[in-house]
Design a protein around this ligand. Structure first.
Ligand code: SF4
Length: 398
């Protein structure tokens, strides 16, 4: 598996695959060919939802008038659902061609170069292998991360600071409209300051966790800076649960960093053995993965044992199986923002169940990750970030 640097990326929303990845590709192209002009043809999901996700805006922002962006919804024989074909011109002549894949979580692959560019840092690639290793060495999952990547603790402090900033900015952002034309209002502040009639402390806690998830997801939808956890569309789930434990339950930043490491292992396993891309496997790969990561992180904070952490992460993924990606108008707003809040609550429920029922379980985390991938590959293309089916098709504004 690759470094957690590759999983937790800090960048501009609203979409890790549709804005963050293309932005990275454009920057690399500019580096390779500072004096050239570019024709970038967006295909697959990038063509179908790229306008709503601002892919052309990002490319224009980096490459200015040196780029022509084409949305090609006709080509279907593609190496990946998020494919960009790049032609590079100098003096009117084509001097190079690249096929660039935006494979999820902000990661890009220039076809033919990807093997050399990202080293595999972790030698163990399944939860079973990792579990055996940490048990044999009497360590926790987060220790395995810090043993494998000694610089990771420092980076995770940076990640945590950014998660907190995104969340606080979202809570303080007022109630204005999010960009894109759907007239979706920001609701984090409303949830945060609201109160149910006869609100109990427990219901207030649930309301606050939802407000935290909305805050980060709304920052993402407005093109703010977020951390992919594991993607932009699902960036609110993990920070919401962790911020609740920090602010409301008084856990320390050091403990939260350990939780981020544990959550990172889960995200990395899903990324390696399945997918974290909505265009490849539907929303189960984004929100399901985020929920699984948040459940593992929370279980780490509660110092649950490795079997309980596994079960919490497994439950969180199992009950997202089949979740479709059908963002209305190609924007990362409906159903995405609300879905972050629902998944944060589900992560907490998964940990509660795991706390009591771990030793009755029948399904391993590795099995559910494999199942998620197979389910995603079996899904109709309409439900894999194309906005051609489901809610995106039936939505009518009221
Ligand atoms: S529906 Fe899920 S996978 Fe699709 S864009 Fe929204 S958050 Fe991402």
């Amino acid at each position: 598996m690759q470094s957690l640097h590759e999983l937790y990326r800090i960048g501009v929303g609203p979409s890790s695959s549709h804005s963050m990845g293309p932005e990275a590709a454009a920057k690399k192209l500019l580096c390779l060919y500072p004096d050239a002009e570019f024709k970038i043809t967006l295909c697959g999901s990038l063509a179908l939802t790229g306008k709503g996700h601002g892919t052309d805006t990002v490319l224009n922002r980096v490459l200015g008038d040196k780029v022509t962006v084409i949305f090609d919804t006709d080509t279907t024989d593609l190496p990946h659902p998020n494919t960009m074909f790049v032609s590079v011109y100098q003096g009117g002549n084509e001097i190079a061609k690249h096929t660039v894949l935006s494979v999820g979580g902000g990661k890009i692959c220039f076809v033919g170069e990807e093997i050399a560019s990202v080293p595999e840092i972790y030698s163990l690639n399944s939860f079973e292998e990792i579990k055996a290793y940490v048990k044999a060495n009497d360590m926790r999952l987060c220790d395995y991360v810090f043993e494998t990547e000694p610089d990771m603790k420092e980076y995770l402090y940076t990640v945590w600071e950014q998660m907190k900033s995104s969340l606080k900015e979202g809570l303080d952002a007022g109630s204005g409209e999010l960009p894109g034309g759907l007239k979706v209002l920001r609701k984090a502040g409303y949830l945060w300051h609201g109160k149910h009639i006869g609100e109990t402390p427990e219901i207030a806690e649930n309301r606050k966790i939802c407000a935290y998830a909305y805050a980060v997801a709304e920052q993402n939808a407005s093109g703010g800076v977020v951390v992919t956890a594991p993607t932009c569309g699902a960036c609110g789930v993990l920070p919401a649960v962790l911020y609740y434990m920090k602010r409301d339950k008084k856990y320390t930043d050091g403990q939260i960093v350990n939780a981020l490491a544990t959550a990172g292992i889960i995200g990395n396993l899903i990324k390696t053995n399945a997918s974290i891309s909505g265009a490849e496997c539907g929303c189960q790969a984004e929100i399901g993965s985020a929920c699984s990561m948040a459940a593992a992180g929370l279980a780490e904070l509660y110092e649950m044992d490795i079997e309980q952490i596994e079960y919490a992460a497994e439950i969180a993924m199992e009950h997202h199986l089949g979740l479709t990606c059908d963002p209305v108008a190609g924007l990362v707003q409906i159903p995405c923002i609300e879905r972050n809040a629902v998944a944060a609550m589900r992560a907490i429920n998964a940990v509660n169940i795991a706390n009591f029922l771990t030793y009755t379980r029948k399904v391993s985390l590795d099995t559910i990750i494999r199942t998620m991938y197979e389910t995603g590959r079996d899904m109709s293309n309409r439900y894999r970030e194309t906005s051609e089916g489901g809610l995106a098709k039936n939505y009518k504004s009221s």
